[in-house]
Design a protein around this ligand. Structure first.
Ligand code: ADP
Ligand code: MG
Ligand code: ZN
Length: 655
């Protein structure tokens, strides 16, 4: 549901077919068919046809003045002295009859015997034009059918008709303008692109100072974060033409066409400079060369080479800037990233809390909101959502509001929209049997209770046992602010929280279900990372062990440590899981009555919000446990970057 837009996937419909009918091939075919149909009418003989016996009788009876014998047609045309009457019907003075090969000699004899003043023999190839057409038409028909099928399979007739010509759209200045104001929560990227905009507006200023302007800018980041939007905004701000094409369009082309398209695209942009060329999904053409199965894709390589050639051909006065976008910067051919090519690389990340609020503010324009709606609160509920997700949330909310015949979008609609965008539409029809509902209520209750009882977890903002997507229910804990690093105690608490659902099932039913498999997977992954990547196991120490969690998941594990070490890692991981299990158990046992109360409320109301949860947890016994990491030499344990994405951290779901 967070896939980006798929350019080039337009409908193959009547529109395209119509286009094909406009093409010259169809008119040539129609013309040829018309000529063939009309020629015999114009040049053909329009004398009356008579039986062979009647014709021969005319010859013997001496009524014929002139005979014309067509060998190819096996026909004889006769001119008569007196007009001929057959069965009372007047046939006029010119008649013709056909004869079979066996009778040909007899016919010749009769003509000779008739002693005519005039007779003519017509050889076989009498009508060369018709004969030629007879050969050409089937050929043209086959060619036409071939073109038609090809056009359909290519997804549009236009493509075939003008292959080799660039399909890039020139977005003229009177098209709707996107500016940097329409892009929210991407301040760093916008700042970097400001320079590009200034260069496009006033190239002379930069050239006078001898400043080297980047030829290519690569925007990379997850789908839906606004890369296309940013590229358009640069063109909009600088008021220059925007040529855009998608890498995947090149790949589906005929052999040799991709390269000529690139040439054409640059040609067009240069003649209209200053201009922007936007190559979306550049990874489709720009993949590491020779990396494909079976020696790679020649077509793609040619296209990529042409792209590099064109970029190298830019000089200081070529006021064209190439902007490319990808969500797979890791697979790009290094040649693309060398200086003088896409040497300016700008990350476009999912927005943070403030960014989300700003994006929401951009997209609420034109949507009447209830006065009680707080965009900050909505932003808090949507960690990890991209700009496209947020635009989608507001749109869904508007649709829901319209469907319920209300005038203003309120919190209820927004909440429902958030859930839809996160996990697909609610499955109200999916029936869970009573026992399964109860297990789910205790499972989700277990997560929530452990989360609330531990020190280091964020507040629980929502619990539901309404099945959504693949999840039977979920518990949502939302951090107050976006976090970029996590401490050991926080990880321990997160693991306890993950185990909470499973442990609650054990305590209440003494018969755990499969619903916790995802939780166990998460907890195990965290534990393994703590041991092999974060240096958070005393016994193993602060070493990074290759072949750790992520690589094992990819099946590319290549272990560079001993069997003993592997054994120790496994032991430590188990130890951490056991500990998390125990933490969850202690927290739940200390609050057994709260767990029952929570499960009951869930079974009754299905979904609980933050306020309702806080009420139920009013007399919760907190589990005040904090491990102190001791170290004899001052040995700082560093961590960089976020360990779990906000979305990962925010929602834990059961299968
Ligand atoms: P990408 O190219 O990164 O996949 P798009 O630029 O196609 O993402 O974004 C899709 C839509 O999501 C945009 O048209 C816009 O409506 C919305 N959007 C994405 N990011 C932002 C943002 N930072 N600010 C405002 N709207 C955004
Ligand atoms: Mg895009
Ligand atoms: Zn769970």
């Amino acid at each position: 549901m967070r896939e980006g837009d798929a350019p080039g996937a337009g409908p193959v419909g009547s529109m395209k077919t119509k286009k094909l009918f406009n093409s010259w091939i169809i008119w040539v075919l129609v013309g040829v068919v018309a000529v063939v149909l009309f020629l015999p009418m114009v040049f053909g003989n329009n004398s009356a046809k008579v039986d062979t016996s009647v014709g021969l009788h005319q010859l013997t009876s001496g009524n014929v003045t002139e005979a014309k014998m067509f060998d190819g047609d096996q026909r004889v045309d006769l001119k008569l002295r007196d007009s001929l009457k057959v069965d009372g019907v007047d046939k006029g003075t010119s008649v013709s009859f056909y004869y079979s090969t066996a009778r040909a000699e007899l016919v010749v004899d009769e003509i000779n015997k008739a002693n005519l003043g005039k007779f003519t023999d017509q050889p076989v190839e009498s009508n060369w034009l018709l004969s030629m057409l007879g050969i050409i038409i089937p050929f043209l028909l086959i060619a036409g059918i071939f073109w038609f099928i090809l056009a359909r399979s290519q997804g549009g007739g236009s493509k075939v008709m003008q292959f080799g010509k660039s399909k890039a759209k020139l977005i003229t200045k009177d098209m709707p303008q996107v500016t940097f104001k329409d892009v929210a929560g991407a301040d760093e990227a916008v700042e970097e692109l400001h320079e590009i905009k200034e260069f496009l507006q006033e190239p002379a200023k930069f050239q006078a100072l001898g400043a080297k302007i980047p030829k290519g800018v690569l925007l990379y980041g997850p789908p839906g974060t606004g890369k296309t939007l940013l590229a358009k905004a640069v063109a909009g701000e600088a008021a220059v033409p925007f040529y855009s094409i998608s890498g995947s369009d090149f790949v589906e082309m005929f052999v040799g066409v991709g390269a000529s398209r690139v040439r054409d695209l640059f040609e067009q942009a240069k003649t209209n400079s200053p201009a922007i060329i936007f190559v979306d999904e550049i990874d489709a053409v720009g993949r590491h060369r020779g990396a494909g199965i079976g020696g790679g894709n020649d077509e793609r390589e040619q296209t990529l080479n042409q792209l590099l050639v064109e970029m190298d051909g830019f000089d200081a006065t070529t006021n064209v800037i190439l902007i490319a976008a990808t969500n797979r910067p890791d697979v790009l051919d290094p040649a693309l990233l060398r200086p003088g090519r896409f040497d300016r690389q700008i990350p476009v990340e999912a927005p943070d809390l403030k960014g989300r609020e700003q994006i929401l503010a951009v997209h609420v324009k034109g949507k009447p909101m209830d006065a009680t709606v707080d965009l900050n609160a909505v932003a808090k509920k949507t960690p990890g959502y991209t700009g496209a997700d947020l635009a989608n949330v507001l749109n869904e909310a508007a649709l829901l509001t319209a469907r319920s015949n209300a005038n203003l979008i309120d919190d209820r609609a927004l909440d429902e929209a958030i859930d839809r965008v996160m996990a697909g539409p609610q499955k109200r029809t999916r029936l869970m049997d009573e026992h399964e509902r109860k297990v789910t209520a205790y499972h989700e209750g277990g997560h929530a209770l452990v989360a609330a009882a531990m020190n280091q977890t964020a507040p629980v903002t929502k619990i539901t046992i309404l099945p959504r997507g693949r999840a039977l229910g979920y518990t949502m804990v939302v951090p107050e602010s976006d976090k970029y690093s996590v401490t050991r105690n926080e990880l321990l608490d997160q693991m306890a929280y993950a185990m909470g659902g499973r442990v609650a099932e054990e305590i209440v039913f003494h018969d755990p279900s499969t619903g916790a498999s995802n939780d166990i997977e998460k907890a195990t992954a965290t534990a393994r990372k703590m041991v092999t990547e974060y240096g958070m196991s005393e016994k193993v120490g602060a070493v990074r062990l290759a072949g750790s969690a992520a690589e094992q998941g990819m099946g590319t594990a290549s272990r560079d440590f001993s069997d003993e070490m592997a054994h120790l890692v496994d032991q430590e991981v188990r130890e951490l899981i056991e500990q998390a299990h125990n933490d969850a158990y202690q927290a739940l046992m200390a609050n057994r009555h709260v767990l029952d109360r929570l499960a009951l409320a869930l079974l009754e109301r299905e979904t609980l919000n933050q306020k309702e949860i806080a009420e139920i947890f009013s007399d919760l016994v907190k589990r005040d446990k904090r491990e102190v990491w001791l170290s004899n030499e001052a040995r700082p344990v560093h961590q960089e970057g976020p360990i779990l994405s906000p979305k990962e951290r925010a929602a834990s779901s059961t299968d």
